[in-house]
Design a protein around this ligand. Sequence first.
Ligand code: PHE
Ligand code: NA
Length: 500
Amino acid sequence: MNRQQWGSRAGFILAAVGSAVGLGNIWRFPYVAYENGGGAFFIPYLFALLTAGIPILIMEFTIGHKYRGSAPLSFFRMSGKKAEWLGWWAVFVAFVISTYYAVIIAWAMRYTIFSFGQAWGEDTEGFLFTEFLQLDVAPGETGGIVWGIFIPLVLVWVITLGILVAGVKKGIEYANRIFIPTLVILFLIIVIRAVTLEGAALGLTAFFEPNFENIMDPSVWVAAYGHIFFSLSIAFAIMITYSSYLPKKSDITNNAFITGFANSGFELLAGIGVFAALGFMATQLEVPVSEVASAGVGLAFVVFPQIINQLPGLNGIFGALFFLSLTLAGLTSLMSITETYVAGLTEKLGISRNKAVLFGGGLAALISILFATQGGLFFLDAADYYINQFGVAAVGLVEVVMIAWILRKTGVLQNHANLTSDIHLGGWWKVCLGLITPIVLGYMMFGLITQNVLQQFDFDSGNYEGYSDEFALTMFLASAGAALVVGIIVSFIKWSRSTP
Ligand code: PHE
Ligand code: NA
């Protein structure tokens, strides 16, 4: 069986950028930067991008390109069973993320339609939680299915799995060739509109104003590293999988720099657009920008609808453009994350691509229904929190320590990348991977463990969001813990004989 391949270099880059540019760029970055020093955040951010983001991207691109397999198969070919489990761990983290990421895209799809005529009314918060999400049960309980989420959710999976069935070149590459340029154009229209609104300058000042005191605070550096990992989709098995479809002669380091800078460029653009709009909102309400700035679900589904309500002129259209952008950015990321386990399953069991999409994607789709029920938001929020904190940072840390120190593969990878790349990797690359990144991530994990895990045994202190110990522990184990255990178990299954 011939391995699938990208049709062109641009196709691969668009797909990698499509994976990187996601909900994180639009609703996470602006707020993280604002909270962590505004203009001064760019120093730790750039440092994290250059010492961890791009070096790990280069590493993952090289692994996929050299070993030509899904993350588990690549690690297996690199060092056998000793390393294979790491690939599965990343794949199962990806699997868990895909189950709730799909649901947020479904919300965005529904909100695209809501935009025409501002179905959310004046009280956008009440609308979101009470009418749309129907959140009227305690954390950990589920009511019935919420059809307003379920129906777009089915659509999200049909589109995503349909694209994956069509293959790497005819499906993923083709979809990204359409979705990414469309996304950039839509987003440029939104940003231009936002910066020309009354009060935009106020928002931009709040966003860019440097607070240099923050730079001395270690938590700001941790935030920068955490964001870079999430934003570049590294340590999710994604970039290894995508680069395994590269043709033999491919410039790896250049591709990594382009992907990294394109993602950051989009983030910066989003920061400008979001804060210009927040400046407008603050001006309308005659409050400081800090009062309207918020992150995540609150920003996209509460504050933005308010902004859209206030816009002069064709506000319905602009609302629809915004939510359509979220939908497109999300879909291209969901494709990439689903491809990690589709590829893993195909190779492990020697089954066809269609079967892997049907079983792997189908299972993820079934599980995702949990998040489309009344009370689903609590599951979604907790899963997202634990998987991002523990799943991704932990996989990233173990990945660099294994490769740099235990398996000692940086030299081999360096030579491989240098064979086909313009920019040659030197000592700086090894120092970033072997020293700087493990130190920062190690420090980060230590803080997280003392903060969160130990709290589970200390019944006086609060859990994340004040959730009960049972719910917090269950969600921690189900989202972050299970991925590691299942990963190790699966690594004991034999590879299909049809996989060389
Ligand atoms: N890089 C994505 C973003 O910025 C994050 C992501 C991608 C998460 C794919 C999961 C899967 O939003
Ligand atoms: Na991103």
